[in-house]
Structure formats: C-alpha cells, structure tokens
Write a new protein. Sequence first.
Length: 406
Amino acid sequence: MSTIDQTQTPRRGAVPRGLLQTGPVLFSYGFRPFFLGGAIWACVTMVLWIATLAGQIEIASAYGLYAWHAHEMLFGFGSAILAGFFLTAVPNWTGRLPVSGWPLAGLFSLWCLGRLAMLFPDVIGALPAATMDALFLPALLTISAREIIAGKQWKNLKVLIGLGVLTAANLGFHYEAIVIGAADYASRFGISAYITLICVIGGRIIPSFTRNWLAKQGATRFPAPFSRFDMITILASVAALLLWSLSPEGVVTAIVGCGAGALQFARLYRWRGWTTTSETLVTILHIAYLFVPFGFVAIAASALGWIDRASATHILTVGTMSAMMLAVMTRATRGHTGRQLTASKMTNLCYAAILLCALVRPLSAILPAYLVLIYASAGLFWLAAFGLYLIEYGPMLTRVRRQAMG
C-alpha cells in the first residue's frame, strides 16, 4: 500500500519520479509551500483572533468575526495542510511526477489570494472576498482528480468525495455567513469532511507506519490489517457525522455517535499504538486519532445537552484535525527532506503544545468563570505548537533535500 512516506523508486510501468531541478526549492514539491504557508497562517490567524477578542483590533466585521475565525481555521489553515498532504501523497499513489514549479506556485497563489481577500472583506466587500477564496479548493480538487484518474488509481477516487464535500462546504459557509449570519451547517459539514478523510486515510497510514516501525524493532505482532470491521466503522462514523451535521441535537444523534465512538475505540486498539511509545513520531498518530472516538462521544454528549456544542466542535477541530495535521506535517517534512524519521525534543514540544490546546479549550464549558484564562492559554498553546514547527521545520521546507539518513 502506497503511503506518504514512500519516496523510493515507483512501481514498474509508472512515470519516473523526480523533482523540479530549477527554480525555487519551495515549489519543488507540494508539501513545502503549503505546510509552510499553513503553519504561518495558523499563527497569524490566532494572533489576530486573540488581539480582536482583547479589543485591540477589529477584523472582518463585514463577514462576521466568529465566522471569519471558524472559516480561516477550517478552510484557510486546514485546506493548506490538506493540499500539502494530497499533493505529496497522490504522486506516491499514482507513481506520477508531483505537481511542481509554476503550476504549484499558481495553486499556492490562489490559496494566498483567498487568505488576503478574507483579511479585508471590510475593504473589498464580503461577496468579492468569498468569491476569491472559493477559487482554491475547486482547483485542488481538479488537480487531484486529474492525477488519480491519469494514474488509474480507481480505489483512491473515494478520497475525492471528502475533498468534494469540503469544497461544497466552503461555498455553503460563505452563503450562510453572508446571507444568514452564522455558518453552523456548513461548519459541521466541513468538519465532517475532514474527520471522514482522517478515518479513511488514517486507516491506511497509521497501521502502515506502525507496522514498518515495529518491524525495524524486530517485533512479531503487528496492527490488524484493514478488514470488514474497518469498513463498518467508517460507515458508522459517516452516518454519525451526517446526523450531527444535519441535526446536532437529539437522542438518535447521541446513540449513533456513541456507537461510532465505540467502534473507533476498538479500531484504534487494533493498531497497537501502545507498543510505539519509544518513538513519538509514530505514537502521536495514535494519540491524534484517539480524539476521533473522543469526538464522537463529545457529539453524543452535546446532542443530549450535557456539554455545549462549541466544546464538542473544538475536540474535533483541535484534537483530531489539528493534532493529526501536525503529526503528518512533521513526519512528511522529515521524510521528504531526507531527515531521520525520529522526533526531536522540539518536535515533542510541538506535540505536547497542540495536545494541551486540545485539552484546555473545551474547559470553557466546565469553568466559565475562567473563560478569558482558558481562551488565552489555548491560544498560546496553539501558537507554541505551530511556532515551534516553523522554527524547526521552516528551514527544512525551504532547503534542498538531504541525502536520506534512514
């Protein structure tokens, strides 16, 4: 099974792999500009969000402050990391050359245009800003579909469904934010698209990376291979996410959410993550995925009114999405720039910071008296996670690949 880690010779009959030999290193491979841009934007948006909450600045009033914050985390930061992953993984799935050079620079420019437009809806208008932002995801979907179809990787077409839902959710988000004033449905559909992609792709890479690492340690017991159980779990999870997206309250949503959570706990157990604790570059994948079942339990609790909806949402967005993204960003950056696949002390601090952010943010529902402290702490942990990533991995992303070290 091809994964994002595999950078060796492609299968027989495939187009020879290679990287851009001229021009900026930054545009030689998709993960470079999008991981760098996404991490920078993660920090910029959080600084702007904290400054706005503190009353120091005013931003995106024509679009809506809370809508802007949610959009830029889901479809700004999130779409960049997703693009970096897709543009790096798809060539490994298909054996085709990666998108690089001017086409990659053009795609990245579309993403940057969207971020710039969404910063100034008060100047250019909310509708023009939304229009410019809406250009990026359809372009990413078109490129990904072209590469998968050209490579005849029909089994990977299913990941395009998640990307297609995300693209539609972005359009729906703009409509709800501008016309209705709150993008609740589109936000949930967007989050659901990310979680579904994590369930599908995570089910490939986490057992694969775990097995590879355990084999190097001489282990004889490995993660369970993909089976009918995994398919049932994914289908149950999609059903729970669909119910939550359409009707976030009610007993039915709670029951299906609990069922999906139980199946996801069992699925994660089958991957034997506890055997990888001596290498956090592997362990973090399991910890990040642990927030998938936690997220479904939170959905159920929110549906019954036991916790507020925002807390459930942040368990999914910070715990599952962002922690998994950071785990993939660190691993892929190290692997594709010729570094050892082992976590440094600074990388471990990145992981600790994003996990603390995921754990602290939902406390606002339990300890409302400490709301300001909780918001500030969560924001600082977020900035620490992606700031440390930029310090350690930013230079790797902008420099020529090293000779592989193992």
